[in-house]
Design a protein around this ligand. Sequence first.
Ligand code: GDP
Ligand code: MG
Length: 175
Amino acid sequence: GDYNTKIDYVFKVVLIGDSAVGKTQLLGRFARNEFKVDSKATIGVEFQTKTLIIDNKTVKAQIWDTAGQERYRAVTSAYYRGAVGAMLVYDMTKRQSFDHMARWLEELRSHADKNIVIMLIGNKCDLSYLRAVPMEDAEEFAQRENLFFMETSALEATNVETCFLTILTEIYRIN
Ligand code: GDP
Ligand code: MG
């Protein structure tokens, strides 16, 4: 049973980005392989965990989700405390959510450890016919700021497992 599994590492990863970009659905997809069609704005839940094996080690990913604190500067420093990874999420159909990535990144860097691993995520790639953010813009920003970058769909489960695995593997590698 799960109760006697030895955990080698616990990695805290925080989700940040504007409201409605799909942070909660990405987490639901990763942690429970679930997408809630009628989901309401997040209330209460602080984090979800998923245990996985990386390099023969048991890694517990503790993924934190904002609970309606997405207004500028409303996320408290407690949210960032101890984080070894961060997912900066925008909605690829909403240009503004991408334009806000710079200030989310600035806020993150002002709170977090300097070795934090950061991944930029363009979510809702199932809606690519409504694309408002060219992939090159995101790639250029990611390269300049030294971030990993991936486009995902929580709805269709595209790249969700991959992006979490990528960030967790890099966290494992440098820690
Ligand atoms: P949050 O505020 O960032 O946590 O965003 P939510 O996870 O609550 O999602 C906001 C809205 O976007 C909801 O209506 C979701 O169903 C929808 N959504 C989230 N991810 C996707 C996706 O990958 N594709 C599509 N088409 N809709 C999504
Ligand atoms: Mg949410």
